[in-house]
Design a protein around this ligand. Structure first.
Ligand code: AMP
Length: 554
Protein backbone atom coordinates (compact mmCIF):
# COMPACT_ATOMS: atom_id res chain seq x y z
CA UNK A 1 0.00 0.00 0.00
CA UNK A 2 1.20 3.51 -0.81
CA UNK A 3 1.78 5.49 2.33
CA UNK A 4 1.31 9.19 2.80
CA UNK A 5 4.88 9.60 3.99
CA UNK A 6 6.12 8.36 0.61
CA UNK A 7 4.42 11.42 -0.91
CA UNK A 8 2.99 9.81 -4.05
CA UNK A 9 1.62 13.22 -5.11
CA UNK A 10 5.03 14.70 -5.91
CA UNK A 11 4.93 13.00 -9.33
CA UNK A 12 1.97 15.27 -10.16
CA UNK A 13 4.04 18.44 -9.73
CA UNK A 14 4.47 20.56 -12.86
CA UNK A 15 7.47 19.67 -14.93
CA UNK A 16 10.75 20.82 -13.48
CA UNK A 17 9.39 21.37 -9.97
CA UNK A 18 11.33 19.48 -7.31
CA UNK A 19 9.66 17.61 -4.44
CA UNK A 20 11.49 19.78 -1.93
CA UNK A 21 12.76 23.33 -1.97
CA UNK A 22 15.44 24.94 0.16
CA UNK A 23 14.37 28.26 1.61
CA UNK A 24 16.43 31.23 0.34
CA UNK A 25 15.48 33.30 3.37
CA UNK A 26 15.11 32.32 7.00
CA UNK A 27 13.07 35.36 8.02
CA UNK A 28 10.63 37.82 6.49
CA UNK A 29 13.01 40.66 7.33
CA UNK A 30 15.89 38.99 5.44
CA UNK A 31 13.54 38.41 2.52
CA UNK A 32 12.47 42.07 2.52
CA UNK A 33 16.00 43.47 2.93
CA UNK A 34 17.30 41.32 0.07
CA UNK A 35 14.60 42.63 -2.28
CA UNK A 36 15.34 46.24 -1.32
CA UNK A 37 19.06 45.68 -1.94
CA UNK A 38 18.48 43.86 -5.23
CA UNK A 39 15.70 45.94 -6.71
CA UNK A 40 15.22 49.27 -4.88
CA UNK A 41 13.45 50.89 -7.83
CA UNK A 42 10.99 48.06 -8.50
CA UNK A 43 7.40 49.00 -7.83
CA UNK A 44 6.22 47.34 -4.63
CA UNK A 45 2.70 48.75 -4.30
CA UNK A 46 0.15 50.24 -6.66
CA UNK A 47 -2.72 51.92 -4.86
CA UNK A 48 -5.07 53.71 -7.29
CA UNK A 49 -2.73 56.27 -8.92
CA UNK A 50 -0.18 56.02 -6.10
CA UNK A 51 3.04 54.05 -6.50
CA UNK A 52 5.57 52.99 -3.87
CA UNK A 53 8.90 51.45 -4.82
CA UNK A 54 10.78 48.93 -2.69
CA UNK A 55 13.03 51.82 -1.56
CA UNK A 56 9.95 53.88 -0.58
CA UNK A 57 8.66 50.95 1.48
CA UNK A 58 12.05 50.68 3.12
CA UNK A 59 12.20 54.38 4.02
CA UNK A 60 8.64 54.58 5.30
CA UNK A 61 8.97 51.41 7.39
CA UNK A 62 12.26 52.76 8.81
CA UNK A 63 10.51 55.96 9.91
CA UNK A 64 7.60 54.09 11.47
CA UNK A 65 9.96 51.68 13.27
CA UNK A 66 11.89 54.65 14.67
CA UNK A 67 8.65 56.27 15.89
CA UNK A 68 7.54 53.01 17.51
CA UNK A 69 10.86 52.57 19.32
CA UNK A 70 10.86 56.26 20.40
CA UNK A 71 7.47 55.57 21.96
CA UNK A 72 8.65 52.61 23.98
CA UNK A 73 8.04 49.70 21.58
CA UNK A 74 10.69 47.09 22.42
CA UNK A 75 11.90 43.75 21.07
CA UNK A 76 9.10 41.15 21.19
CA UNK A 77 6.31 43.77 21.42
CA UNK A 78 3.18 43.64 19.27
CA UNK A 79 1.75 46.27 16.94
CA UNK A 80 -1.96 45.91 16.20
CA UNK A 81 -2.71 46.65 12.55
CA UNK A 82 -6.31 47.65 11.98
CA UNK A 83 -6.59 48.96 8.44
CA UNK A 84 -8.08 47.85 5.12
CA UNK A 85 -6.04 46.92 2.04
CA UNK A 86 -4.01 50.12 2.24
CA UNK A 87 -0.26 50.63 1.77
CA UNK A 88 -0.06 51.29 5.53
CA UNK A 89 -0.73 47.60 6.14
CA UNK A 90 2.46 46.53 4.37
CA UNK A 91 4.50 49.40 5.81
CA UNK A 92 3.42 48.56 9.35
CA UNK A 93 4.24 44.86 9.05
CA UNK A 94 7.78 45.63 7.98
CA UNK A 95 8.08 48.38 10.60
CA UNK A 96 7.00 46.00 13.38
CA UNK A 97 9.74 43.56 12.26
CA UNK A 98 12.36 46.32 12.05
CA UNK A 99 11.44 47.42 15.57
CA UNK A 100 12.09 43.85 16.72
CA UNK A 101 8.46 42.90 17.21
CA UNK A 102 5.45 41.38 15.51
CA UNK A 103 2.24 42.61 13.94
CA UNK A 104 -1.24 41.58 15.00
CA UNK A 105 -3.42 41.38 11.89
CA UNK A 106 -6.88 42.66 12.79
CA UNK A 107 -9.98 42.32 10.63
CA UNK A 108 -11.17 45.89 9.88
CA UNK A 109 -14.75 44.66 10.11
CA UNK A 110 -14.30 43.96 13.81
CA UNK A 111 -16.30 46.01 16.29
CA UNK A 112 -15.50 47.13 19.87
CA UNK A 113 -16.07 43.78 21.54
CA UNK A 114 -13.86 41.91 19.06
CA UNK A 115 -11.14 44.56 18.96
CA UNK A 116 -10.97 44.62 22.76
CA UNK A 117 -10.47 40.86 22.81
CA UNK A 118 -7.75 40.86 20.14
CA UNK A 119 -5.79 43.72 21.67
CA UNK A 120 -6.06 42.24 25.15
CA UNK A 121 -5.22 38.69 24.13
CA UNK A 122 -2.24 39.71 22.00
CA UNK A 123 -1.06 42.27 24.58
CA UNK A 124 -0.41 44.78 21.78
CA UNK A 125 1.27 47.91 23.11
CA UNK A 126 0.82 49.93 19.93
CA UNK A 127 -1.99 50.20 17.41
CA UNK A 128 -1.96 51.50 13.88
CA UNK A 129 -5.44 52.15 12.54
CA UNK A 130 -7.42 53.96 9.91
CA UNK A 131 -8.65 57.33 11.12
CA UNK A 132 -12.28 56.35 10.48
CA UNK A 133 -11.89 53.08 12.42
CA UNK A 134 -10.30 55.00 15.26
CA UNK A 135 -13.24 57.40 15.45
CA UNK A 136 -15.92 54.74 15.08
CA UNK A 137 -14.43 51.82 17.05
CA UNK A 138 -10.91 52.01 18.50
CA UNK A 139 -11.20 55.29 20.40
CA UNK A 140 -13.81 53.88 22.74
CA UNK A 141 -11.85 50.63 23.19
CA UNK A 142 -8.66 52.48 24.14
CA UNK A 143 -10.61 54.78 26.48
CA UNK A 144 -11.87 51.85 28.57
CA UNK A 145 -8.28 51.18 29.68
CA UNK A 146 -8.83 47.43 29.25
CA UNK A 147 -5.96 47.09 26.78
CA UNK A 148 -2.26 47.86 27.30
CA UNK A 149 -2.05 50.00 24.16
CA UNK A 150 0.04 53.10 24.87
CA UNK A 151 0.70 54.35 21.33
CA UNK A 152 -1.99 54.90 18.70
CA UNK A 153 -1.01 55.91 15.19
CA UNK A 154 -3.67 56.77 12.63
CA UNK A 155 -3.59 57.05 8.87
CA UNK A 156 -6.10 57.79 6.14
CA UNK A 157 -7.30 55.58 3.28
CA UNK A 158 -6.67 58.67 1.12
CA UNK A 159 -2.93 58.57 1.87
CA UNK A 160 -0.54 57.48 -0.92
CA UNK A 161 -3.01 58.38 -3.71
CA UNK A 162 -4.46 61.54 -5.23
CA UNK A 163 -7.32 60.32 -7.41
CA UNK A 164 -9.87 59.47 -4.70
CA UNK A 165 -12.28 57.21 -6.55
CA UNK A 166 -15.85 58.31 -5.73
CA UNK A 167 -17.07 54.74 -5.53
CA UNK A 168 -15.01 54.29 -2.37
CA UNK A 169 -14.06 57.72 -1.11
CA UNK A 170 -16.94 60.09 -1.93
CA UNK A 171 -17.04 62.74 0.78
CA UNK A 172 -14.04 61.23 2.64
CA UNK A 173 -11.57 63.55 4.27
CA UNK A 174 -8.41 63.01 6.24
CA UNK A 175 -9.64 63.09 9.83
CA UNK A 176 -6.40 63.48 11.82
CA UNK A 177 -7.92 62.37 15.14
CA UNK A 178 -6.79 64.15 18.27
CA UNK A 179 -4.65 62.24 20.74
CA UNK A 180 -3.06 60.00 18.10
CA UNK A 181 0.19 60.12 16.16
CA UNK A 182 -0.17 60.57 12.42
CA UNK A 183 1.53 58.22 9.98
CA UNK A 184 2.23 60.89 7.33
CA UNK A 185 3.74 63.16 10.00
CA UNK A 186 5.89 60.26 11.22
CA UNK A 187 7.22 59.79 7.67
CA UNK A 188 8.26 63.43 7.39
CA UNK A 189 9.50 63.84 10.99
CA UNK A 190 11.71 60.76 10.85
CA UNK A 191 12.75 60.96 7.20
CA UNK A 192 16.21 59.42 6.77
CA UNK A 193 16.37 57.86 10.27
CA UNK A 194 16.96 54.14 10.63
CA UNK A 195 16.12 51.98 13.64
CA UNK A 196 18.93 50.04 15.34
CA UNK A 197 19.48 46.82 13.37
CA UNK A 198 17.65 43.73 14.62
CA UNK A 199 18.11 40.11 13.72
CA UNK A 200 14.92 38.14 14.36
CA UNK A 201 15.15 34.38 14.52
CA UNK A 202 13.09 32.18 12.17
CA UNK A 203 11.16 31.00 15.24
CA UNK A 204 10.13 34.51 16.28
CA UNK A 205 6.52 35.50 15.67
CA UNK A 206 6.22 37.81 12.65
CA UNK A 207 2.41 38.06 12.61
CA UNK A 208 -0.29 36.93 14.99
CA UNK A 209 -3.37 36.14 12.94
CA UNK A 210 -6.50 35.22 14.76
CA UNK A 211 -8.44 32.13 13.92
CA UNK A 212 -11.38 30.55 15.64
CA UNK A 213 -10.47 27.02 16.54
CA UNK A 214 -12.73 24.22 17.64
CA UNK A 215 -13.68 25.98 20.86
CA UNK A 216 -14.85 29.10 19.05
CA UNK A 217 -12.53 31.38 21.05
CA UNK A 218 -10.26 33.26 18.64
CA UNK A 219 -6.67 32.07 18.99
CA UNK A 220 -3.57 33.90 17.80
CA UNK A 221 -1.84 31.67 15.26
CA UNK A 222 1.89 32.32 15.61
CA UNK A 223 2.90 32.88 12.01
CA UNK A 224 6.64 32.95 12.53
CA UNK A 225 9.27 34.53 10.31
CA UNK A 226 10.38 31.08 9.19
CA UNK A 227 6.94 29.65 8.38
CA UNK A 228 5.88 32.80 6.50
CA UNK A 229 9.12 33.03 4.53
CA UNK A 230 8.86 29.37 3.56
CA UNK A 231 5.37 29.58 2.13
CA UNK A 232 6.04 32.90 0.37
CA UNK A 233 8.69 30.94 -1.48
CA UNK A 234 6.23 28.08 -2.06
CA UNK A 235 4.09 30.49 -4.11
CA UNK A 236 7.18 31.65 -6.03
CA UNK A 237 8.50 28.23 -6.91
CA UNK A 238 5.13 26.50 -7.40
CA UNK A 239 4.08 29.06 -9.97
CA UNK A 240 7.40 30.19 -11.36
CA UNK A 241 6.92 33.77 -10.17
CA UNK A 242 9.37 36.49 -11.26
CA UNK A 243 9.73 40.23 -10.80
CA UNK A 244 7.87 40.65 -14.13
CA UNK A 245 4.71 39.33 -12.52
CA UNK A 246 2.31 41.44 -10.52
CA UNK A 247 -0.19 40.52 -7.85
CA UNK A 248 -3.80 41.65 -7.72
CA UNK A 249 -4.77 41.84 -4.05
CA UNK A 250 -8.39 40.72 -3.81
CA UNK A 251 -8.12 38.86 -0.49
CA UNK A 252 -8.07 40.85 2.73
CA UNK A 253 -4.47 41.54 3.74
CA UNK A 254 -5.17 40.63 7.38
CA UNK A 255 -6.14 37.08 6.35
CA UNK A 256 -3.45 34.49 5.72
CA UNK A 257 -4.21 34.45 1.97
CA UNK A 258 -3.43 38.15 1.80
CA UNK A 259 -0.45 37.94 4.14
CA UNK A 260 1.33 35.24 2.14
CA UNK A 261 -0.36 35.09 -1.28
CA UNK A 262 -0.25 38.87 -1.72
CA UNK A 263 2.32 40.49 0.57
CA UNK A 264 4.79 37.62 1.09
CA UNK A 265 5.14 36.75 -2.59
CA UNK A 266 5.29 40.39 -3.78
CA UNK A 267 7.98 41.30 -1.25
CA UNK A 268 9.96 38.16 -2.07
CA UNK A 269 10.18 38.75 -5.82
CA UNK A 270 10.00 42.56 -5.59
CA UNK A 271 7.00 42.88 -7.88
CA UNK A 272 3.97 45.18 -7.71
CA UNK A 273 1.08 44.43 -5.38
CA UNK A 274 -2.11 46.12 -6.60
CA UNK A 275 -4.44 47.03 -3.72
CA UNK A 276 -7.70 48.96 -3.60
CA UNK A 277 -8.67 49.77 0.00
CA UNK A 278 -11.53 47.27 0.04
CA UNK A 279 -13.22 44.90 -2.38
CA UNK A 280 -15.53 46.86 -4.69
CA UNK A 281 -15.98 44.84 -7.90
CA UNK A 282 -16.10 47.81 -10.33
CA UNK A 283 -13.00 49.34 -8.76
CA UNK A 284 -11.13 46.02 -8.97
CA UNK A 285 -12.01 45.60 -12.66
CA UNK A 286 -10.72 49.09 -13.37
CA UNK A 287 -7.51 48.25 -11.48
CA UNK A 288 -7.12 45.13 -13.65
CA UNK A 289 -7.56 47.24 -16.78
CA UNK A 290 -5.08 49.84 -15.58
CA UNK A 291 -2.37 47.77 -13.89
CA UNK A 292 -2.56 44.51 -15.89
CA UNK A 293 -1.76 42.02 -13.07
CA UNK A 294 -0.59 38.48 -13.86
CA UNK A 295 -1.60 36.67 -10.67
CA UNK A 296 -4.31 36.62 -8.08
CA UNK A 297 -5.65 34.41 -5.32
CA UNK A 298 -8.93 34.92 -3.53
CA UNK A 299 -12.15 33.30 -2.40
CA UNK A 300 -14.43 31.94 -5.11
CA UNK A 301 -17.07 34.62 -4.49
CA UNK A 302 -14.53 37.20 -5.69
CA UNK A 303 -14.36 35.49 -9.06
CA UNK A 304 -18.13 34.95 -9.30
CA UNK A 305 -18.55 38.62 -8.56
CA UNK A 306 -15.96 39.97 -10.99
CA UNK A 307 -16.87 37.76 -13.92
CA UNK A 308 -20.57 38.59 -13.51
CA UNK A 309 -20.05 42.32 -14.03
CA UNK A 310 -21.52 43.86 -17.13
CA UNK A 311 -19.14 45.01 -19.81
CA UNK A 312 -16.22 42.85 -18.65
CA UNK A 313 -14.54 41.15 -21.60
CA UNK A 314 -11.97 38.41 -22.11
CA UNK A 315 -9.55 41.16 -23.11
CA UNK A 316 -9.83 42.61 -19.60
CA UNK A 317 -8.55 39.32 -18.17
CA UNK A 318 -5.84 38.76 -20.72
CA UNK A 319 -2.94 39.93 -18.54
CA UNK A 320 -3.39 37.02 -16.10
CA UNK A 321 -1.23 33.94 -16.36
CA UNK A 322 -2.19 32.34 -13.03
CA UNK A 323 -5.43 32.44 -11.06
CA UNK A 324 -5.93 30.59 -7.79
CA UNK A 325 -8.83 30.34 -5.38
CA UNK A 326 -8.91 29.04 -1.83
CA UNK A 327 -10.57 29.50 1.53
CA UNK A 328 -13.85 27.76 0.73
CA UNK A 329 -15.16 24.90 -1.38
CA UNK A 330 -15.46 25.53 -5.10
CA UNK A 331 -18.20 24.02 -7.28
CA UNK A 332 -16.74 22.64 -10.53
CA UNK A 333 -19.52 24.42 -12.51
CA UNK A 334 -18.28 27.77 -11.28
CA UNK A 335 -14.82 27.05 -12.67
CA UNK A 336 -16.34 26.16 -16.05
CA UNK A 337 -18.44 29.32 -16.14
CA UNK A 338 -15.44 31.49 -15.26
CA UNK A 339 -13.40 29.80 -17.97
CA UNK A 340 -16.11 30.53 -20.56
CA UNK A 341 -16.28 34.18 -19.61
CA UNK A 342 -12.60 34.92 -19.12
CA UNK A 343 -10.63 32.17 -20.81
CA UNK A 344 -8.91 31.48 -17.47
CA UNK A 345 -8.82 28.32 -15.40
CA UNK A 346 -9.16 28.78 -11.62
CA UNK A 347 -6.66 26.56 -9.80
CA UNK A 348 -7.76 25.35 -6.40
CA UNK A 349 -5.50 26.08 -3.43
CA UNK A 350 -6.18 24.87 0.09
CA UNK A 351 -4.72 25.63 3.46
CA UNK A 352 -5.35 27.20 6.82
CA UNK A 353 -4.13 30.15 8.83
CA UNK A 354 -2.08 27.52 10.68
CA UNK A 355 -0.33 26.44 7.45
CA UNK A 356 0.47 29.98 6.33
CA UNK A 357 -1.78 29.62 3.28
CA UNK A 358 -1.15 26.55 1.11
CA UNK A 359 -0.70 23.05 2.32
CA UNK A 360 -2.20 21.90 -1.00
CA UNK A 361 -2.47 23.46 -4.44
CA UNK A 362 -3.19 22.44 -8.00
CA UNK A 363 0.05 22.55 -9.99
CA UNK A 364 0.03 25.51 -12.37
CA UNK A 365 -1.21 24.43 -15.79
CA UNK A 366 -2.90 21.26 -14.49
CA UNK A 367 -6.62 20.82 -13.95
CA UNK A 368 -7.98 19.44 -10.69
CA UNK A 369 -9.95 16.23 -11.14
CA UNK A 370 -13.54 15.96 -9.89
CA UNK A 371 -14.43 12.97 -7.72
CA UNK A 372 -17.03 11.01 -9.71
CA UNK A 373 -18.90 9.87 -6.59
CA UNK A 374 -19.29 13.07 -4.60
CA UNK A 375 -18.79 15.61 -7.39
CA UNK A 376 -16.14 17.32 -5.23
CA UNK A 377 -13.36 19.20 -6.94
CA UNK A 378 -9.90 18.20 -5.76
CA UNK A 379 -8.19 20.80 -3.54
CA UNK A 380 -4.87 19.86 -5.15
CA UNK A 381 -1.81 18.03 -3.93
CA UNK A 382 0.38 18.75 -0.92
CA UNK A 383 3.00 21.39 -1.71
CA UNK A 384 6.80 21.15 -1.40
CA UNK A 385 8.34 19.56 1.71
CA UNK A 386 4.87 18.78 3.05
CA UNK A 387 3.40 15.53 4.31
CA UNK A 388 -0.35 15.22 4.73
CA UNK A 389 -1.59 12.06 6.37
CA UNK A 390 -5.23 11.07 6.56
CA UNK A 391 -6.15 9.59 9.90
CA UNK A 392 -9.19 7.85 11.32
CA UNK A 393 -10.72 8.64 14.70
CA UNK A 394 -8.20 6.36 16.38
CA UNK A 395 -5.28 8.22 14.82
CA UNK A 396 -4.45 5.44 12.31
CA UNK A 397 -3.69 6.17 8.67
CA UNK A 398 -6.62 5.24 6.43
CA UNK A 399 -6.05 3.47 3.10
CA UNK A 400 -6.10 5.37 -0.20
CA UNK A 401 -9.64 6.45 -1.09
CA UNK A 402 -10.86 6.29 2.50
CA UNK A 403 -12.11 9.29 4.40
CA UNK A 404 -10.36 10.71 7.46
CA UNK A 405 -8.92 13.91 8.92
CA UNK A 406 -6.13 15.76 7.09
CA UNK A 407 -3.12 15.96 9.40
CA UNK A 408 -0.37 18.16 8.06
CA UNK A 409 3.31 18.61 8.74
CA UNK A 410 5.81 20.76 6.94
CA UNK A 411 7.96 23.87 7.25
CA UNK A 412 4.89 26.13 6.84
CA UNK A 413 3.02 24.75 9.87
CA UNK A 414 2.88 27.13 12.84
CA UNK A 415 4.51 26.05 16.11
CA UNK A 416 1.39 26.94 18.11
CA UNK A 417 -1.12 29.48 19.37
CA UNK A 418 -0.23 32.58 21.31
CA UNK A 419 -0.43 31.95 25.08
CA UNK A 420 -2.64 28.90 24.54
CA UNK A 421 -0.54 25.84 25.38
CA UNK A 422 -3.55 23.56 25.74
CA UNK A 423 -5.00 24.48 22.37
CA UNK A 424 -1.53 24.02 20.89
CA UNK A 425 -1.20 20.51 22.30
CA UNK A 426 -4.68 19.63 21.12
CA UNK A 427 -4.35 20.94 17.55
CA UNK A 428 -0.65 20.36 17.00
CA UNK A 429 0.31 17.14 18.79
CA UNK A 430 3.96 16.43 18.00
CA UNK A 431 4.00 19.43 15.63
CA UNK A 432 1.50 17.85 13.21
CA UNK A 433 -1.56 19.97 12.53
CA UNK A 434 -4.96 18.41 13.08
CA UNK A 435 -6.81 20.41 10.44
CA UNK A 436 -10.34 19.38 11.39
CA UNK A 437 -10.97 18.96 7.66
CA UNK A 438 -12.11 15.59 6.51
CA UNK A 439 -11.44 14.06 3.10
CA UNK A 440 -9.50 11.47 1.12
CA UNK A 441 -6.64 10.98 -1.31
CA UNK A 442 -7.09 9.14 -4.63
CA UNK A 443 -4.69 6.62 -6.21
CA UNK A 444 -2.75 9.37 -7.99
CA UNK A 445 -2.25 11.54 -4.95
CA UNK A 446 -4.99 14.17 -5.48
CA UNK A 447 -6.75 15.25 -2.27
CA UNK A 448 -10.49 15.87 -1.90
CA UNK A 449 -12.22 17.62 0.96
CA UNK A 450 -15.61 16.16 1.75
CA UNK A 451 -16.53 17.88 4.96
CA UNK A 452 -15.08 20.07 7.63
CA UNK A 453 -15.18 19.92 11.33
CA UNK A 454 -18.85 19.82 12.09
CA UNK A 455 -20.00 23.23 13.09
CA UNK A 456 -17.98 25.98 11.49
CA UNK A 457 -19.91 28.15 9.08
CA UNK A 458 -18.02 29.28 6.01
CA UNK A 459 -19.74 32.35 4.59
CA UNK A 460 -17.91 33.21 1.37
CA UNK A 461 -14.59 32.24 2.94
CA UNK A 462 -15.25 34.06 6.22
CA UNK A 463 -15.27 31.59 9.07
CA UNK A 464 -18.03 32.02 11.60
CA UNK A 465 -18.15 30.00 14.77
CA UNK A 466 -21.71 29.47 16.00
CA UNK A 467 -20.77 29.76 19.66
CA UNK A 468 -19.64 33.36 19.30
CA UNK A 469 -22.90 34.41 17.64
CA UNK A 470 -24.88 32.47 20.22
CA UNK A 471 -23.03 34.20 23.03
CA UNK A 472 -24.08 37.55 21.65
CA UNK A 473 -27.68 36.42 21.20
CA UNK A 474 -27.77 35.22 24.76
CA UNK A 475 -26.89 38.78 25.78
CA UNK A 476 -30.39 39.88 24.75
CA UNK A 477 -32.84 39.78 27.67
CA UNK A 478 -35.61 38.21 25.57
CA UNK A 479 -33.48 35.27 24.43
CA UNK A 480 -33.94 32.07 26.37
CA UNK A 481 -32.00 29.71 24.15
CA UNK A 482 -30.06 30.24 20.97
CA UNK A 483 -28.35 27.97 18.49
CA UNK A 484 -26.65 29.01 15.31
CA UNK A 485 -26.08 26.91 12.21
CA UNK A 486 -24.89 27.34 8.66
CA UNK A 487 -27.50 27.08 5.94
CA UNK A 488 -27.01 26.89 2.20
CA UNK A 489 -26.92 30.24 0.47
CA UNK A 490 -26.73 30.77 -3.27
CA UNK A 491 -24.25 33.62 -3.12
CA UNK A 492 -22.22 33.14 0.08
CA UNK A 493 -22.18 29.32 -0.17
CA UNK A 494 -23.28 29.19 3.40
CA UNK A 495 -24.81 31.78 5.64
CA UNK A 496 -25.66 32.23 9.30
CA UNK A 497 -29.07 31.25 10.68
CA UNK A 498 -30.12 31.36 14.31
CA UNK A 499 -32.77 29.40 16.12
CA UNK A 500 -34.08 31.11 19.20
CA UNK A 501 -36.59 30.37 21.91
CA UNK A 502 -37.89 33.43 23.71
CA UNK A 503 -38.34 34.11 27.40
CA UNK A 504 -41.98 33.61 28.38
CA UNK A 505 -44.02 36.65 27.42
CA UNK A 506 -41.16 38.24 25.39
CA UNK A 507 -42.15 39.65 22.03
CA UNK A 508 -38.80 40.49 20.44
CA UNK A 509 -38.92 40.24 16.63
CA UNK A 510 -36.54 38.72 14.10
CA UNK A 511 -35.58 42.20 12.85
CA UNK A 512 -34.84 43.49 16.36
CA UNK A 513 -32.62 40.53 17.19
CA UNK A 514 -30.72 40.75 13.91
CA UNK A 515 -30.13 44.45 14.53
CA UNK A 516 -28.95 43.63 18.09
CA UNK A 517 -26.32 41.23 16.70
CA UNK A 518 -25.33 43.57 13.89
CA UNK A 519 -24.33 46.22 16.44
CA UNK A 520 -21.93 43.85 18.13
CA UNK A 521 -20.12 41.91 15.44
CA UNK A 522 -18.47 42.07 12.08
CA UNK A 523 -20.95 42.15 9.21
CA UNK A 524 -20.13 38.66 7.97
CA UNK A 525 -21.09 37.06 11.29
CA UNK A 526 -24.51 38.34 12.27
CA UNK A 527 -27.45 36.00 11.56
CA UNK A 528 -29.18 36.65 8.25
CA UNK A 529 -32.35 34.95 9.47
CA UNK A 530 -33.80 33.93 12.79
CA UNK A 531 -36.46 31.32 13.38
CA UNK A 532 -38.31 31.16 16.65
CA UNK A 533 -39.07 27.77 18.21
CA UNK A 534 -40.82 27.05 21.50
CA UNK A 535 -37.98 24.78 22.52
CA UNK A 536 -34.64 23.88 20.94
CA UNK A 537 -33.80 20.16 20.48
CA UNK A 538 -31.38 18.91 23.13
CA UNK A 539 -29.51 15.82 24.25
CA UNK A 540 -30.39 14.22 27.53
CA UNK A 541 -27.53 16.08 29.16
CA UNK A 542 -29.01 19.35 27.96
CA UNK A 543 -26.67 20.11 25.05
CA UNK A 544 -28.49 21.81 22.22
CA UNK A 545 -28.39 19.69 19.07
CA UNK A 546 -27.23 21.90 16.23
CA UNK A 547 -27.21 18.80 14.08
CA UNK A 548 -30.99 18.50 14.25
CA UNK A 549 -31.45 22.15 13.50
CA UNK A 550 -29.24 21.86 10.44
CA UNK A 551 -31.38 18.96 9.29
CA UNK A 552 -34.45 21.23 9.34
CA UNK A 553 -32.89 23.07 6.42
CA UNK A 554 -31.76 20.20 4.29
P1 AMP B 1 -8.65 29.89 7.43
O1 AMP B 1 -7.80 29.54 8.59
O2 AMP B 1 -9.53 31.08 7.64
O3 AMP B 1 -7.83 30.06 6.19
O4 AMP B 1 -9.67 28.68 7.16
C1 AMP B 1 -9.19 27.41 6.83
C2 AMP B 1 -10.35 26.53 6.43
O5 AMP B 1 -10.95 27.00 5.20
C3 AMP B 1 -9.92 25.12 6.13
O6 AMP B 1 -9.79 24.36 7.31
C4 AMP B 1 -11.04 24.64 5.20
O7 AMP B 1 -12.16 24.21 5.93
C5 AMP B 1 -11.42 25.90 4.43
N1 AMP B 1 -10.72 25.92 3.12
C6 AMP B 1 -9.56 26.54 2.81
N2 AMP B 1 -9.24 26.38 1.51
C7 AMP B 1 -10.22 25.61 0.96
C8 AMP B 1 -10.46 25.07 -0.36
N3 AMP B 1 -9.63 25.31 -1.38
N4 AMP B 1 -11.57 24.31 -0.52
C9 AMP B 1 -12.42 24.07 0.51
N5 AMP B 1 -12.26 24.56 1.75
C10 AMP B 1 -11.17 25.31 1.99
Amino acid sequence: MTTYTERPWTKLYSEGRPADITPDFATMLDLFNASVARAPDNIAIKYFDGVLTMADLDRRSDSLAVALVDNGFAAGDRLGVYVQNNPAFVISLVAAWKAGGAAVAINPMNKQRELTYLLTDSGASALLCLDELYESVAKEVIATGETVVTTVITCSPLDEQSRHDDRLFAGSERLRPEGTLDLEEIFSQHEGRKPAPVDPSPDDVAVLSYTSGTTGVPKGAMNTHGTMAFNSQTYRDWMGFTADDSVLGVAPLFHITGLIGHIGIALLVACPLVINHRFEPGVVIDAIREHRPTFTVGSITVFINLSGLEGVTKQDWSSFRMVYSGGAPIAPAVIDRFMEKTGLYIHNIYGLTETNSPSHAVPLGKKAPVDPNSGALSVGVPVFNTVVRILDEAGKEVPVGHVGEFVTSGPQVIPGYWNKPEATTESLPGGELRTGDVGFMDEDGWFYLVDRKKDMINAAGYKVWPREVEDVLYGHPAVREAAVVGVADEYRGETVKAYVSREPGATVTEEELIEFCKQQMAAYKYPRSIQFLDDLPKTTTGKILRRELRALNS
